[in-house]
Design a protein around this ligand. Sequence first.
Ligand code: PLP
Length: 386
Amino acid sequence: MQRVYLDNAATTAIRPEVVDEMANVMKNVYGNPSSTHVFGREAKALIELSRKNIAQRLNVTSAEIYFTSCGTESNNTIIRSCVNDLDVTRIITTDLEHKCVLESVKDLEKRAKVDVIRLNILKDGNIDYDQLEELIKDQSKKTLVSLMHANNEIGNLTDVKHIAKICQENNTLFHTDTVQTVGHYDLDLKDLGVDFASCSAHKIHGPKGAGFLYAKKATHIKPLISGGGQERGLRSGTENVYGIVGLSKSLDLALDELDAHISHIKEIKQYTIDQLKEAIPGVAFNGLSEDLEKSLYALLSIKLPFHDSLIGFELELAGIAVSQGSACSSGAAKVSLVMSTLYTDEEIDQMTPLRVSFSYETTKEDIDILISTLKKIAAKHQLQNA
Ligand code: PLP
């Protein structure tokens, strides 16, 4: 049976070019980057070259990039340090953030007694920008705004440049989780004007276990992990040298081939939308997912017009890997917080959400297999309801 992978928002296949580069480092550069002898200096040089490259590609300085193990660590470090070290006593965020942000914020709310404001979410999955602007203007408390750039479940894009401007004008810190957008868009972090951002290599055909956080020079966050003082004191622990090299290489490949990838993936997404509409009457899309410009082009959040709690298994039997909700954390197929924010219980009882996410490797043949399987599942539900 042909296997079809449509879960690229959860993770991507590592590119052979990245593997080659990493294997070369694994075989030949094994010094500890903190050692002062030549073996260590070689490893250190690779880290600094990678940092410089990543910084240049995102139009920031090397001093603003700190390597971490993943997006989760980057987001945790930023949010917790804003409260612990930068005197933040109020966080403005949403219920639609990735779990690593939701849980960090919840923990701070409980333990550090931080005021947390969760923004209203409109029917289309967007935040209420007017409410946000009003809240930011209240400067009675030092505030951090934490809003993801692209939602990992429905794909809605946040206007981070607009929010960054309002935050700047009102002495407010702004963190945006860019785990789903670095390498998918040509981001200029300086121009966007955000204070903090995050990245995870495995979302862009790089290795698992490597990521970075961006912290604007003027913001002096402190470490979660202390020890030998690596990463200029922000993140102790011997560096994942080949992971960092792989991260830099994967970002290079993603950005060098960006235009071709965007046009291919957009075509695949539009094809999926068109084929679904033809095959399954009543199909719809969650949030702004159907809009190729207002949502992440690599992700489509489908709203099937029937309830099927076993759909994940049925697709699995047909060799198709997708995700229900975000599912990149636990794998559990329960109603996600995002869906329960967007829909009432009655609405949820009459639908099935399905997230399919594409890569430059996804083909129309993959989509045809998905559509014919979904068509059969939909027909079964029609028969049951007849
Ligand atoms: N933020 C978003 C928006 C994500 O989609 C993910 C991935 O699941 C993360 C953070 C966490 O990244 P990582 O898997 O590298 O910890």
